[in-house]
Design a binder for this molecule. Structure first.
Ligand code: NAD
Ligand code: PRE
Length: 367
C-alpha cells in the first residue's frame, strides 16, 4: 500500500526532507502544506511534492508520517491544531525545529491523545530560505538530532529513522535540554553575534561609507549567517532564551578578559588567546558536516584579471566537475584576489584541486 507523508512548511528544510524521503521511498506519496500559496505551488512545480494539500485536516488524517518544518513558534500552534484531528493510530509526527525543549513540551498534548511525536533537528542548513533552495543532499553526513520522549516506543524511533534514511545523515538521540544547550553554544549564540557584528558595522558605516565597501573576506565569512530568515531566528532566540542569556553573560566575561589583555598590553597572553582559539578551531571536523557546516570550498590564488573565472570554470567543465558557487574575495585593490569555488562534496573538491594544479601554476588550497 502507498504510504503518505505530509510535510507542513515547504521551505528549505521541508523541501529538502521531501526530496530525500522520496529518493529512499519512491512509492510513498508526498503531500505538501504551506500557509504560502506561492511556495506550495512552487514546490509542486519543482517536483518537490506529489500533491498540494487543500485542507490540512483531510491530509493529516490520512498521513503515516507528518513532518512540521515551520518556524518553531508556528510549530507549537500546528501541534495544537493536529491534536484536534482524528489522526491515524500509528502515525508518527516529527518536526525539524532548531529548538527542542519548548517543542517537546507543546507536543505532550499529542502524547495525551496517544499520538507519537518525536522531536527532530537536522543539523545542516543555509542562510537561504524557501523551497527553491531545497536540495536532496542537504543533510548528507550531517548530524540529525532526535529527541524521543519517555512515551516513545523503540519501534517508532526505528520507523522514523527508516523514513529519514534518504537524508544519509547521522542520527543521534539526545534529551531536549541537552539539545538546546549544545545548539545554543554552536548555532544560536553565533547567530546573535553575527547579527551584532552587522549592527556594529552599520553604525560605523553611517559615519564612513567605506565600511561597507571594505567589508570583504573575513567579515563576510563570519557574518554569512546573519542573512538567514529573521522570523526563524526570532523564534529560536525566544525559545532558547534561558540558554542564550546565560551565554551572553559568558560573553560579557570574555569581553572583559580581552579588554584587560589590551589595556595591560599583555603581548604573551594575547598571543596565547589567539593561538588557543586557532588550535581548537583547526581541529574541528571539516570533511564531514558537523556543528560548523562544511561547504567544500576550494581557494585558488589567482591574478585578479577579467576572464579568470571563465578560465577556471572552463577547466572544470572540461573535467566534468560541477560547481555550486563561485566568487572572488578581494581585500585590497592592488593585491591578487582569491577565487573561492564551492562544490557539492569533498570528492568533487579534490578532483577540482588536482585539475587546476595540473593545468595552471596557481596556488590551490583548502581553508
Ligand atoms: N534554515 C536552516 O538552516 C535550518 C536548519 C535546520 C532546522 N531548521 C528549522 O527548520 C524549520 C524550517 O526552517 P526553513 O529554513 O526551512 O524555513 P523556510 O523559511 O525556508 O521555510 C518555512 C516555511 O514554513 C511556512 N510556514 C510558516 N508558518 C506556517 C504555518 N503556520 N503553516 C504552514 N506553513 C507555514 C513558510 O511559508 C515557509 O514556506 C525551522 O523551525 C528552523 O528552525 C532550519
Ligand atoms: O549554515 C547555516 O547557514 C546555518 O546556520 C545552519 C544551522 C547552524 O547554525 O549550523 C542553522 C540552524 C539550524 O538549526 C541548523 C543549522
Amino acid at each position: 500500500m502507498e504510504r503518505k507523508v505530509l510535510v507542513i512548511g515547504l521551505g528549505l528544510i521541508g523541501g529538502s526532507l521531501a526530496l530525500a524521503i522520496k529518493r529512499e521511498h519512491p512509492n510513498s506519496i508526498i503531500v505538501g502544506y504551506d500557509k504560502s500559496e506561492s511556495e506550495l505551488s512552487l514546490a509542486k512545480a519543482l517536483g518537490v511534492i506529489d500533491k498540494n494539500a487543500k485542507k490540512l485536516e483531510d491530509e493529516a488524517k490520512e498521513a503515516d508520517l507528518i513532518i512540521l518544518a515551520t518556524p518553531v513558534m508556528q510549530t507549537e500552534g500546528i501541534i495544537q491544531q493536529l491534536a484536534t484531528f482524528d489522526l491515524k493510530k500509528d502515525v508518527i509526527v516529527t518536526d525539524t525545529g532548531s529548538t527542542k525543549k519548548r517543542v517537546m513540551d507543546s507536543a505532550r498534548v499529542l502524547a495525551n491523545n496517544g499520538v507519537t511525536f518525536i522531536g527532530g533537528h537536522p543539523m545542516a542548513g543555509s542562510h537561504k530560505s524557501g523551497v527553491t533552495a531545497a536540495k536532496e543532499i542537504l543533510f548528507e553526513n550531517a548530524f540529525y538530532l532526535l529527541t524521543p520522549s519517555e512515551y516513545t516506543s523503540r519501534l517508532s524511533v526505528e520507523t522514523l529513522k527508516e523514513w529519514l534514511k534518504g537524508t544519509k545523515s547521522k542520527m543521534v538521540e539526545i534529551s531536549p535540554e541537552e539539545h538546546d544547550e549544545l545548539t545554543g553554544v554552536i548555532s544560536h549564540f553565533p547567530h546573535v553575534i553575527a547579527a551584532a557584528l552587522i549592527h556594529q558595522a552599520q553604525r560605523f558605516d553611517q559615519k564612513n561609507s567605506l565600511v561597507s565597501r571594505l567589508a570583504a573576506g573575513g567579515f563576510r565569512d563570519i557574518t554569512r549567517i546573519a542573512s538567514s530568515n529573521p522570523e526563524m531566528w526570532k523564534d529560536i532566540s525566544l525559545h532558547n532564551k534561558e540558554v542564550l542569556l546565560h551565554l551572553l553573560q559568558y560573553w560579557a566575561d570574555e569581553t572583559t578578559k580581552v579588554i584587560s589583555l589590551l589595556e595591560n598590553h599583555d603581548e604573551e597572553a594575547l598571543l596565547q588567546y589567539f593561538a588557543q582559539a586557532k588550535k581548537f578551531r583547526d581541529q574541528l571536523p571539516i570533511t564531514s558536516k558537523g556543528a560548523i557546516p562544511s561547504f567544500y570550498d576550494l581557494y585558488v590564488d589567482v591574478p585578479d584579471y577579467p576572464g579568470v573565472i571563465s578560465e577556471i570554470t572552463a577547466y572544470l567543465a572540461e573535467a566534468r566537475i560541477s560547481i555550486t558557487n563561485i566568487r572572488i574575495i578581494e581585500t585590497r585593490e592592488d593585491v591578487y584576489g582569491i577565487l573561492v569555488i564551492s562544490f557539492q562534496n569533498d570528492e568533487d573538491r579534490l578532483r577540482a584541486k588536482q585539475c587546476i594544479e595540473n593545468i595552471t601554476n596557481y596556488d590551490v588550497f583548502f581553508a
